[in-house]
Structure formats: C-alpha cells, structure tokens
Ligand binder design. Sequence first.
Ligand code: SF4
Length: 216
Amino acid sequence: MARTAALSPAEPDRNCPLCPRLADFRAQIRAREPDWFNSPVPPFGDRAGQLLIVGLAPGMQGANRTGRPFTGDYAGDLLYATLLEYGFAKGVYQARPDDGLRLVDCRIGNAVHCVPPQNKPLPAEINTCRQFLIATIAGMPELRAIVALGRIAHESTLKALGLRAAAAPFAHGAIHQAGALKLYDSYHCSRYNTNTRVLTPQMFRAVFAKVRADLG
Ligand code: SF4
C-alpha cells in the first residue's frame, strides 16, 4: 500500500493504514474490545533521555489495551521493576497508564507500533514501521544508549541506525558501538522467555547494570 503523505513523520496516525494486515486486526479488536486503546502505541518517557529501550510490538493485553508500552502484562512487571532498581524510573508501577510512574533519563518504544496477531509482525510490517522508530531516535538529542529487547528489535534498530546486521550480530549481553551510540542486546523480557529461563531476572538486570555504569 502506498504511504500516506498526510501522516505525521514522528508518530503514526491513530488509524495508520500502512500495514493492511495490522490495520484489519486493529479494527477487529476495536469491535471486540471498544474500551481498549487499540491504536499505534506511542513511545513513553523522556525525549531528552540518554537511554532508549526498543521492544518488539505492543502486547495484546499490555500496551494495546492500556496505551503505554509494556504496561499491563508480564513483560512490564520485569521491565519496570528493573528500571526502578537502576534509577531509570521513579514511582510505583501499578500496570496502569495513570499510575504516576515516571521514566528518568529514559524512553521506551517498540519496533512495531501496532499489536500483531500471535505477537509476530511480518518482515514487511517491521520494515514499514521503522520510519517511526527512526523518528523516535532522531527526536532524542541526548541519546547515548539503546537497549534492544530481542533479535527483531535489535535488527530493526541496526537498520534504523544505517548499520548492517552482519556487523553487529544479536547476542544477549552483547554491546555494539554504533557511531556515538552504544547498542545493548537483551533477550526480550516476555513471560515465555522467563518461564523457560532463556532470560532470568538476573540476566536482565545485568544488562541495565551495565547501561547504568556506562551512563553514570
Ligand atoms: S505497525 Fe506502524 S506502520 Fe504499520 S500500521 Fe501500525 S503504526 Fe502504521
């Protein structure tokens, strides 16, 4: 589908049509759950922050329902607890967008803004939504560190930065220099990854401990 010139270059329209499959899915969920957010989920946090966290896409019961990244499902429990522990958030995370939680020196976004069926965006959808990830990165003048949660976020972030995937292969705990930025890789903090112990809370904390030590 042709891109719509009327769309904001920074954030997608609430009815962004650029990924037809995701737009159809969004319409189905709106009909079924009219009280949910059910729109492209914008980044959350401090545009002047030094740290950007890039997830995969809104979770059905999480950001797609509440409208705030990683809010309302298991992945948010681990992510926000870790951000609070390392001083990248203040307040109490209560899994609601009105819980008053504030990010400190930090912003959270996703590689894909709309909830995909089975949590699996198609390559074309990841490529299409990258323009908004690029805009998020470009809109953070103090950015020094990006934490990519999972391989898809890692690869889309590399492309957003104009780097080849072969130059910086994904590995949990890896740190890649990307010009003036550092890109930190972590397995995604999904319930599946933690239940299978692909990612333990200790492994996740170690990534943010390193970011904190580097940023000071
Ligand atoms: S995933 Fe991104 S590009 Fe695709 S429809 Fe949603 S906001 Fe638009």
